[in-house]
Design a binder for this molecule. Structure first.
Ligand code: E4P
Ligand code: PEP
Length: 450
């Protein structure tokens, strides 16, 4: 079949963002260097296929109708050095375990999506970081600069875009191998638990796994064919923050002549870059992937409606996900009006809860952290609001790792302020560790069942 050529105005539109207010970008020291790198990126193969993004769109449409549930999780900020087999495996095992708990507990298909294979750019509250009497540019993610507190490391380096591309490609390669090569086979449900520290959630997971095992053996004895269990769908996602990276990875789909941002299946616009007349909203309005927008506690209904209009004018199901991140203390008062006004328009939106970003605090000892109780309370509030309004709580967006880090307070291991120091490894925001992630999944099942 011959490739469908793009309309000239479609191509021209992809660069319209360059004329619009563009926030949260690095100050590149050498623009020629950036141009050389982006030209090179534009010649490299896409990381995902547009058809996969279409499949995800259909899955997210189902989540918007209450026929599936999105589980989106991964690091706050992926780093190049941590893109190792062990880290990737632990993260995917954690997501698979959570998905099993949710699927089994709530009898609903779970869409599995990593904040993985591209989550390298971070918006920051401040352009600079000061330690003592030294001020340097803030760390903006491995795709831009280094975390080491030296003037050299903090200078934005365009070659990092290429490293981000290659690290995303190798991460995605392993993700695809794990999820299609037999590792994610539901019949290995027990094995995903191996290697993790024994704890109450771990034991509870073993019980669920044993029940699933029994059910599978029963069905197998009845002659059921389990080939479908061998593979799972797994999607990649990241914040589409650095447009110098997203633009060259945007490609024309030969089947339709339409542009897709092929750096990931799903891209989202952050709370700090969702200005209706800004570059990020314009750019993502022009690609055909399913996309998300983070909505913080100050979002007005008018802003949400304008975003719907601009990002999903045709009302395509699954195209637009609103990821609310209000904070546990605010969600019950701020979310209802938003949901009511958005729902009144009738255009489909998938509602997802990010219970992390509205609940960040600084501990007495100075760590940036969150309390698991606040995180869980925001999820509870999210379900309460949607249940009260008759709308659909469509999924969860969380920062997690498969490792036994100590970054979030609480949980059955009762991590306290002093305990944060034991293994605090995140470079930006605190993540749930393996057992806190499982604990959350068990709690969410109760909410989904209710
Ligand atoms: O992950 C989210 C943001 O990048 C982060 O919360 C901003 O953090 P900062 O306030 O430390 O800059
Ligand atoms: C920065 C993030 O979130 P938000 O835009 O909601 O602050 C994030 O999810 O990494």
């Amino acid at each position: 079949m011959a490739a469908v050529a793009p309309q000239p105005h479609v191509l021209a539109g992809l660069d319209r963002w360059r004329d619009l207010p563009l926030t949260q970008q690095p100050t590149w020291p050498d623009l020629d260097h950036v141009a050389r790198v982006t030209e090179r990126l534009a010649t490299l193969p896409p990381l995902v296929f547009a058809g996969e993004a279409d499949v995800l769109k259909a899955r997210l449409a189902a989540a918007g109708r209450g026929e599936a549930f999105l589980l989106q999780g991964g690091d706050c900020a992926e780093t190049f050095v941590d893109a190792t087999a062990d880290n990737i495996r632990n993260k995917i095992k954690t997501i698979l375990q959570m998905a099993v708990v949710l699927t089994y507990g709530a009898s609903l298909p779970v869409i599995k999506m990593g904040r993985m294979a591209g989550q390298y750019a971070k918006p920051r509250s401040s352009n600079d970081e000061t330690r003592g009497d030294v001020t340097l540019p803030a760390y903006r993610g491995d795709i831009i600069n280094g975390h080491d507190y030296t003037p050299k490391a903090r200078i934005p380096d365009p070659d990092r875009l290429l490293e981000a591309y290659h690290t995303s490609a190798s991460t995605l390669n392993l993700l695809r191998a794990f999820t299609t090569g037999g590792f994610a086979d539901l019949r290995r449900v027990h094995e995903w638990n191996r290697g993790f520290m024994a704890n109450p959630s771990y034991a509870r997971y073993e019980e669920t796994a044993a029940e699933i095992d029994r059910a599978i053996r029963f069905m197998a004895a009845c002659g059921a064919d389990f080939d479908a269990l061998r593979t799972v769908e797994f999607f990649s996602s990241h914040e589409a923050l650095l447009l110098d990276y997203e633009r060259p990875l945007t490609r024309i789909d030969s089947r339709t002549g339409l542009p897709y941002d092929c750096s990931a299946h799903f891209l989202w616009i952050g709370e700090r870059t969702r200005q209706i007349d800004g570059a990020h909203v314009d750019f993502l309005s022009r690609v055909r992937n399913p996309i998300g927008v983070k909505l913080g506690p100050t979002t007005t209904a008018d802003e949400a409606l304008a975003l719907m209009d601009k990002l999903n004018p045709a009302g395509e199901p699954g195209r637009l996900t609103f990821i609310t991140r209000m904070g546990a203390g605010t969600i019950r008062s701020a979310l209802p009006a938003l949901v009511e006004k958005v729902s009144a328009v009738g255009s489909p939106v998938t509602w997802v809860c990010d219970p992390m970003h509205g609940n960040t605090i600084t501990s007495d000892s100075g760590y940036k952290t969150r309390r698991l109780t606040d995180v869980l309370d925001e999820v509870r509030g999210f379900f309460e609001v949607h249940r009260a309004l008759g709308t659909v709580p469509g999924g969860l967006h969380i920062e997690l790792t498969g490792d036994d880090v100590t970054e979030v307070l609480g949980g059955s291991e009762e991590i306290d302020d002093a305990g944060l120091a034991v293994r605090y490894e995140t470079l930006v925001d605190p993540r749930l560790n393996h057992q806190q992630s499982l604990e959350m999944a068990f709690q969410v099942v109760q909410l989904m069942r209710a």
